[in-house]
Structures are given as structure tokens and as C-alpha cells.
Design a protein around this ligand. Structure first.
Ligand SMILES: [Zn+2]
Length: 528
């Protein structure tokens, strides 16, 4: 073959590849993204919490779409479901209560409450009851609800909000019960080792329900059965109504209303042990086994040898479900957006006549919000050999852009949401080559891919277990917005054009990595 015809064929090949890539980019359509979002973020899926019916429906929807696009189960698997099992612990009607007894053991009162966190085992404890005002300390004014008291082994009652010591001594009128203010009270309280902490809405707050302000007002707890040991964290932290709190305070002859006014008038704490009484606190738990699946499919590579290697795309489809007060967290951005990104990328690969040299695996994980369970399970039970997995690309929260209200902090973290034309690329910078490919792909489709390095959320999503295995990984992330893990993370705030562009950039990058003759170079081998 002479040089001229060689160049001609090379040029034809390049233009053919470019042409088919363009077809693929055009196969990602905004209307389809919207239709997927409409369903995945709908109330019908009840926030897609792992182990719930809505979670299973979401997984089935994704698997059905994946089959339509021609994705195949991994070799040796009948279908695309990689199933994990969990013990689900939940409370039941009237399973959480306190019996207040006098010193002779006679019942004085029976109090019901909502646990903020569900324990994985039955709780049965006893302790003296102590009223600790607002559980508030202010070093400037030297006000302290803690002073001179020990909370060790006690059941502590704490009012929400804090006294306005520069004003009338009551909480500032109209001030909301703020999660961060309440959470900040916990550290000094917990350091003393109480048996339980009971939050009660301060009487001046009125009747507005406050438990929803605590984002982890959960309805059940999951313990993964594939783990012998796992992080089982629970606090005996509860919400009781003012009426129930008054039943516990009754032996003292005082009630919440009077106590709050007393603090306001004197601007002094009124912490005291409830005299002559002991409390038994019970949280009854029922347990079931529940199942939830990672959805895993792939396109086989076109090269006889390189098809034994793969690029893997990951994204979690689970979210945090329903609050104990019934509020649904639809998780439109977290992470219907990323799951739809993967569906869109799969669509782009599906229309390629010639698949890339390497295989391309798609992993929609479950259990991410519970502790990266789905991705860890995959890493421990990989369906494609990990040493042949040349790169991983994760998509979590890719559908929001900065709006006017995105200022300040959410849950104590600074909002760092990107604008409509930018997406963060979080990584250990373990492969400069992959970062460069992603930045270039972004430029080709009109979105700036910002090399963020580890940033502040490096260990917080499904790429992380891959990083720990030394697989070069990147994580596409819009940044934190005001509705993060709130019931307002909804369809109407989604930037669909951003999902479109990020999906296109993700497709191009994965295509290039899957098609390059050489594996991507690694600069920093990750920890094994
Ligand atoms: Zn997420």
C-alpha cells in the first residue's frame, strides 16, 4: 500500500468515526431525559430508598430501558440484577414509649415519642429525667444550660431553638427550628454520656411540626447482610411533643411554658433533675429481610483482545425515601440525574454501528445513600475483572445549576453549586490522561469540565471504592445546592440542558478511553 492511499483510508476512518460519534451525541435527547426524570423523581417512587418498593420499581425501570438499548447481562449472568440483602429494622405502632415511675415503682405517666434514628436492636433502658433548658451555651454571655449538672446516664429533655439574651430572653420571634442549631447542641450533650436525649419544640414555637427539619428522621434502618462488620451508628435521640414532655416534668410541679418564661425573665438557666421519678424507655423493633439490586449491563468491545478490558460507568439510583412525618424526598438531582446520565450515555453507545475496542459496562448502584453499599458489593463481587477495568466514571448530582437562592450553607457545608456551563470533575488526579480527555470532551459539547482534584466530596460517592482498588476514576458533580437531601430536590429545579451536555461529555470520554489502543496511564497508583 502506498502512503497516499494509507492516508486516504486513515482520513476516511477518522471522518467515519467522527460521523458516528455525532450520531451518538444526537441520540441523547432532552425529551427523553425529561421523560426519565418525570418518572424517576415522581412521588410514585416514594424517594427510592433502598429496600423500599419505590427503589425496586426504579431499578426495574432502568433495567427495562437498558434491555431496550441492547445492553446485555455480564457473561455468566442471566439478567442485569445483582441483588444485595439487608436486615430492615423498623418501629411499629406504639413501639416507642417511656414509662415514668415513682421511687416505689408505681407508674406515674406513659409517654410516646418518635425516634429520630431507628436502632438496629430493641432499646430498653432506665434513667433519671433531667430538664436541660435549651441545651444551650454562650461563652460571651456566660449563659450555660449545662453548668453544675451531670447528664451521665440520664434521660435529658432539651427544648428547640435558643434564648435571645440580648432581647426579651425568649427565642427570636418567627425563627425556624434550624437543624444545624439543634445538631450543634448534641456534641457537648453527648460528651457527658446521657442514655437518651429528648428534643421538644419550645412552647413559643407553636404547633408547626419540627421533626421534618431533621433530615435523618428516618422510618427504618438497613444493615447489609454481605458485611460481617459495618458501621452501626445510632443515638437514642427522640422527638416528643410538649404535652408528652409535660407528663415527664409533672413530678416537679412545673411545665414547659412556665420554664421557658422563667428563663426569659431571669435570663438564667433552669436546669434541674425531675425529683422522685425514674423513666424506662423502650424502642421496640421488628426486623425483616429486604432485597435491592445493582443494575449491571454491558456492550461487548469490538476488538478480539481488548474486549476483555472495560471502561465502567457508575451512578446510584437509590435516594433517602420518606421522612418520619411523611414528606417524600424525590431526589431529582440526587441522583435521578446521574442515573439518567447513564441511560443517555448507554443510548449513545447503542446507536454506534461499530462498538469501541474495549467493552463498556454500566453499573446503576443501590444503597449509596446508606453507605456506598451497592458499589462496595460490586467491588467485592465484580462482574467484570477489576484488573481489566481500565477506568471508572461516576455521575452523582449532575442536574442542578446555580440559582439566586443558592447562597450560604446546607447542613453546615458551603454551597458550591456550579453554573449552567460548568461541571466539576472530582478525582484523585490518578490519571492526568483521563482528566485531559474529559476536559477536551467537555469543550467539544459546550460544557466546561472543571478539574477539581479531590475537592470536598471525594470519598462521598460510588467512585470511591474503585479509587481504593487503584482504578483511575472520575466523578462528575454539579456541587452542593440549597435543596441537597431535602424534599425540595424536585423536577422543576432541574437543568435538563446540563444533564444533556454532561451525558454527551461522559459518552465522548468513555468512548475515547475504550477505543485507545493503550490503557490510560496512571500517575498515582491508588491504595490496594
Ligand atoms: Zn447522591
Amino acid at each position: 500500500m502506498n502512503k497516499k492511499s494509507y492516508f486516504l483510508i486513515a482520513a476516511l476512518l477518522i471522518s467515519f468515526t467522527a460521523f458516528s460519534q455525532k450520531n451518538s451525541l444526537n441520540a441523547i435527547k432532552i425529551d427523553e431525559i425529561k421523560a426519565h426524570m418525570k418518572y424517576l423523581s415522581s412521588d410514585a417512587l416514594q424517594g427510592r430508598r433502598t429496600g423500599s418498593e419505590g427503589n425496586i420499581k426504579a431499578g426495574e425501570y432502568i433495567a427495562t430501558e437498558a434491555v431496550k438499548m441492547g445492553l446485555k447481562p455480564l457473561p455468566g449472568n442471566k439478567d442485569m440484577f445483582q441483588t444485595l440483602s439487608f436486615i430492615k429494622s423498623s418501629t411499629y405502632a406504639d413501639s416507642s414509649f417511656i414509662i415514668l415511675r415513682d421511687t416505689l415503682g408505681n407508674t406515674l405517666n406513659r409517654v410516646t415519642f418518635n425516634p429520630v434514628m431507628i436502632p438496629s436492636e430493641r432499646i430498653d433502658l432506665s434513667g433519671e429525667v433531667i430538664f436541660a433548658g435549651y441545651g444551650y451555651m454562650n461563652s460571651k454571655t456566660k449563659y450555660s444550660d449545662f453548668q453544675g449538672f451531670s447528664f451521665k446516664d440520664k434521660i435529658v429533655i432539651v427544648m428547640t431553638r435558643r434564648p435571645d439574651l440580648d432581647g426579651d430572653g425568649m427565642p427570636v420571634k418567627g425563627e425556624k427550628v434550624d437543624e444545624m442549631t439543634e445538631m450543634r447542641k448534641l456534641t457537648p450533650l453527648l460528651m457527658q454520656g446521657p442514655k437518651a436525649i429528648l428534643f421538644v419544640a419550645d412552647p413559643a414555637y407553636g404547633d408547626e411540626p419540627v421533626s421534618g427539619a431533621f433530615s435523618f428522621g428516618e422510618t427504618y434502618k438497613l444493615s447489609p447482610l454481605f458485611r460481617k462488620a459495618y458501621f452501626d451508628f445510632s443515638l437514642n435521640l427522640c422527638f416528643i411533643s410538649a404535652q408528652e414532655a409535660n407528663k415527664l416534668l409533672a413530678p416537679s410541679g412545673q411545665n414547659l411554658d412556665d420554664l421557658q418564661k422563667k428563663i426569659a425573665v431571669t435570663k438564667k438557666p433552669v436546669t434541674f433533675n425531675v425529683p422522685g421519678a425514674m423513666a424506662d424507655m423502650i424502642i421496640g423493633i421488628k426486623q425483616d429481610t429486604v432485597y435491592s439490586s445493582n443494575i449491571v449491563g454491558y456492550f461487548e468491545g469490538s476488538d478480539k483482545v481488548l474486549k476483555d478490558e472495560c471502561v465502567i460507568y457508575t451512578s446510584h439510583y437509590d435516594h433517602v425515601g420518606i421522612e418520619s412525618d411523611g414528606t417524600i424526598n424525590n431526589g431529582a438531582n440526587d441522583n435521578a440525574s446521574g442515573s439518567i446520565g447513564l441511560l443517555s450515555i448507554a443510548k449513545a453507545f447503542s446507536v454506534l454501528k461499530n462498538k469501541p475496542a474495549r467493552s463498556v459496562v454500566f453499573l446503576w448502584t443501590t444503597g449509596e445513600e446508606e453507605g456506598l453499599y451497592g458499589s462496595n458489593y460490586y467491588i467485592e463481587n465484580p462482574l467484570f475483572p477489576l484488573d481489566k477495568t481500565v477506568a471508572e466514571m461516576n455521575f452523582d448530582m449532575i442536574g442542578r445549576s446555580k440559582m439566586e437562592a443558592d447562597t450560604g450553607k446546607v447542613m453546615g457545608e458551603r454551597l458550591d453549586i456550579t453554573g449552567p456551563d460548568t461541571i466539576k470533575l472530582v478525582s484523585a488526579r490518578d490519571s492526568k490522561e483521563i482528566i485531559d480527555i474529559n476536559v477536551a470532551s467537555g469543550n467539544e459539547v459546550g460544557i466546561t469540565v472543571l478539574d477539581e482534584g479531590k475537592g470536598t466530596h471525594f470519598s462521598g460517592s460510588d467512585h470511591y471504592p474503585f479509587v481504593l482498588k487503584g482504578i483511575p476514576s472520575v466523578f462528575f458533580f454539579s456541587g452542593l445546592h440549597r435543596d441537597y437531601h431535602k424534599s425540595t430536590d424536585d423536577y422543576e429545579f432541574i437543568d435538563f440542558d446540563k444533564i444533556l451536555k454532561v451525558s454527551r461529555a461522559g459518552f465522548l470520554s468513555g468512548y475515547k478511553v475504550a477505543n485507545n489502543p493503550a490503557r490510560p496511564a496512571i500517575n498515582l497508583p491508588g491504595k490496594k
